[in-house]
Design a protein around this ligand. Structure first.
Ligand SMILES: Cc1ncc(COP(=O)(O)O)c(C=O)c1O
Length: 447
């Protein structure tokens, strides 16, 4: 395939980018010069006709690929019947069906109850509220590196980048951040092998937080991503997750897992927490749930979600068209895409391991992931100096090479394509990534 270097964006794309810059809120994250015309599966085309492999999937959202015919059909059929009625006030079957399915796949034995939202951040807000309501406690423990969203409650839990919080204080009181298990970059500055042998992050909660900051019996919830997403695609040690569960059990604290990015089959199981053999009390979902239509969910043990009528609601939450898209998505994910995520994810990890040999920034990198949630933390040397600028450059250069790929954390490149991606497209995307990384390393004088 030939690429026209420098023609991305083309004139049509550039016009959209310029108009966007003049009118849209400047708060959006610095974006990449790609203006979409259409998408199909794991490929997209820009308005100037250039084709791209999509390893970003709209930030790990388009689970079934772009405009999957079955999802499109479900959306059209539902839109023809009715688009909105307010699930807070009236009933409709498609909403109940989604809730029933989510309850069926909930990662705990106890029957579940479901609250439907419009987004991930709103699911996290719901989880905060139900946790405080159920426990009648005020404090919440969250983790450094976590991303839970941008609305005030969720933002208070987020500890990913200062820019996301700066200027918005005071955030909600009662949130306490603690280190997350990451042996490659232990926050307690312990050596990787020591951290792997015995992680002290859970001890920090019991020995520091509960002794010096807040009594354990005033903590409503510990919220965590079972696999940290925006923080850099960090897969924790299963023992750490078990320790968090044990602390929750010991002190009557709810374990809330934020599966907004890692859920709905992305890691090869419905929920990433299932890889760790631990049952949470509350689950937050969104992103892949409706293949890109706005829908989120709080799924809780029924005993926990026992708040009274009027305690919580949402005008648009559980929108019928989004619910129809979700039903089609859940069926497709269950019937094969979830299994595909494991196969393609392993292939990507193996390919990245092989690339270590010819890429200096991969040589000592952390290559990690579950299913199609794979990250490569690019580093400059054996001391693991984050290759931050180079990673940022990779995201931009990739556009010129026909690849959409996003960063996470300080210097991680994430591979989170649609769960339906086939081997040929994976292979093509990896070749474009390889080429892009070579160019970035050359520019940086590393090759
Ligand atoms: C783990 C996690 N939680 C919550 C959110 C917020 O979701 P949304 O952007 O839909 O509000 C995100 C978004 O990236 C996320 O990755």
């Amino acid at each position: 395939m030939t690429f026209h270097i420098g023609t991305r964006p083309g004139p049509k794309g550039q016009t959209i980018i310029d108009r966007d810059a003049a009118i849209m809120s400047g708060s959006l994250t610095p974006r990449y010069p790609f203006a979409i015309e259409r998408g199909e599966g794991a490929r997209v085309w820009d308005v100037d006709g250039n084709e791209y492999v999509d390893f970003a999937a709209g930030i790990a959202v388009t689970a079934t690929g772009h405009s999957h015919p079955q999802v499109v059909e479900a959306i059209i059929e539902q839109a023809k019947k009715f688009i909105h009625i307010a699930g807070t006030d009236y009933y409709y079957d498609v909403q109940v069906k989604v809730a029933e399915k989510l309850a069926e796949i909930a990662p705990f034995e106890e029957p579940a109850r479901v609250f439907l939202t419009n987004s991930g951040t709103e699911a996290v807000e719901g989880a905060i509220k139900v946790s405080r309501w159920y426990t009648d406690r005020k404090h919440i423990i969250a983790f450094y590196g976590a991303f839970h969203g941008r609305t005030m409650g969720a933002l208070s839990l987020t500890a990913s980048k200062v820019i996301q919080r700066d200027g918005f204080f005071p955030l909600i009181p009662g949130v306490h951040h603690v280190p997350y298990n990451n042996p490659y970059r232990c926050m307690h500055s312990r050596r990787e092998e020591d951290c792997r042998a015995h992680c002290t992050c859970a001890d920090y909660i019991t020995d520091v937080v509960f002794k010096r900051i807040v009594p354990a019996d005033s903590v409503a919830a510990i919220i965590l991503e079972p696999l940290q997403g925006e923080g850099g695609y960090v897969v924790p040690d299963p023992r750490f997750i078990q320790q968090i569960r044990d602390i929750c059990d010991q002190y009557g604290i709810l374990m809330v897992v934020d599966e907004v990015q890692s859920g709905i089959g992305r890691t090869g199981k419905w929920w990433a927490i299932e890889h760790f053999g631990v049952e949470p009390d509350v689950v937050c979902s969104a992103k892949g749930l409706a293949s890109g239509m706005p829908l989120g969910a709080v799924i809780a043990r029924q005993g926990v979600m026992s708040w009274p009528p009027g305690a919580h609601g949402s005008t648009f939450g559980g929108n019928p068209v989004s619910c129809a898209a979700a039903l089609a998505t859940l069926e497709l994910v269950e019937k094969g895409y979830m299994q595909n995520a494991i196969v393609q994810g392993e292939y990507i990890k193996d390919a990245l391991e092989e690339m270590r040999g010819h890429h200096p920034t991969l040589k000592h990198a952390r290559i990690d992931g579950l299913g199609l949630m794979v990250g490569a933390e690019l580093v400059l040397d054996e001391a693991r100096t984050p290759a931050k600028e180079l990673r940022n450059r990779v995201e931009k250069l990739a556009i010129q090479n026909g690849l959409l790929i996003l960063g996470a954390g300080e210097s991680t490149v994430r591979f989170c394509p649609a769960l339906m991606i086939d081997r040929d497209t994976v292979q093509e995307g990896l070749e474009r990534f390889d080429k892009t990384l070579t160019e970035a390393e050359r520019e940086a004088g590393l090759l």
